[in-house]
Design a protein around this ligand. Sequence first.
Ligand code: MN
Ligand code: MN
Length: 423
Amino acid sequence: MTDLSRRKMLAGTAAGAVAMGAAAAAKASSFGNPDNPPEGRINSTPEANAEPGPQNAATKAIMPDFDNPPPTDIAGMPIPWQSFNLAHKRIQNGGWAREVTTKAFPVSTDIAGVNMRLGPGGVRELHWHQQAEWAIMVSGDCRITTIDTQGRAEVSDVTKGDIWYFPPGLPHSLQGLGEHGAEFVLAFDNGSAGEFNTLMVSDWLAHTPPDIIAQNFGLPVEKFKEIPTEQLWIYQGAKAGPLAADQAYAASPAGRPDHPFIFRMSQMVPTMSSKFGEVKIVDSHNFPISKTVAAALVTVKPGCLREMHWHPDADEWQYFIQGQGKMTVFNTGPEAQTVDFFPGDVGYVKKNLGHYVKNTGKDDLVFVEIFKSDHFSEVTLSQWLANVPRQLVKEHLRCDDATLDAIHKLKERRDIVGAIDAR
Ligand code: MN
Ligand code: MN
């Protein structure tokens, strides 16, 4: 049965309880509430379910499925939800950044997220990481610079919907362009990495003996007497000049890198598309440099569902860009936890745990799925059940022949399925 029809059934039961004056708890039927003791508002009374104590109404509003969980949820799982809007923002002249790492989001062991803003001319200083850096532009325009281990440099401009990938250890800088600067979200392939613990040129030079710096560049020591003694991190720089001029100045005698560090994700043909939504997959197959991060940009139409599935090869980190949705994560135990997502929120699903993502809003739901892997992979429930012997499906679902016929037709992966009313 679908989520929608299950809701209708539960809603009908709840209405019956109200008609009875709610003297007794309505009981959820065994379907949709399989475990003991019975959980969920449907099994309680309005008086017993009241919250006479203090409430933070604003916090409550961001997670309706904490306040009123489906009776199918079973508490105990690490919460697969966080938000950049609940993260401290480090603000400096030129821009800001905030991060969601294992400090605030312990389950996210494979991926850490950073949300950064660079105003016009704002620079994230020359730096590098022990981790790989994947990023998606969410607003404006940005100039990136980097160089590979063979001394081959790249200077490129990226815009909304573009992504970049810097392998671990390759140095880079970022600068906001034009009248509006840039905003983007970074993903590091280590959940404890962050933007506040990076290797920076300013820090290194400030902590190197001046005579060593002078010898390193073969210049008199007094030429370096003005170097910053504190880290720049983000600073307000002069506005960037024309791209071609920067590319010419930075051009290396060793030539260009083998593979570009950027990918125009917004311009790619979707990997999968239907009237219910689309999926764009970018991994090392079409973006060869991205050897440790695979990504999917997912659009789910209103009422539609990113179908029930799991990922056998990697944990999934999610960043929600537009619209609103909900997800339930299923684990051994059994455990099941439903969470709600709004733009700016982050989700996380451990490798092999079952989940779906449903669009619960009136507009398109858009989010990215990130995996610490060179490839995207998943197993879907419907494709699995369409491709096992009929008797096994009948015994597990206890459904009629017409239902078995319908499930048998779901041989191909669909990724996104329609609202039940649209069928
Ligand atoms: Mn970086
Ligand atoms: Mn998934």
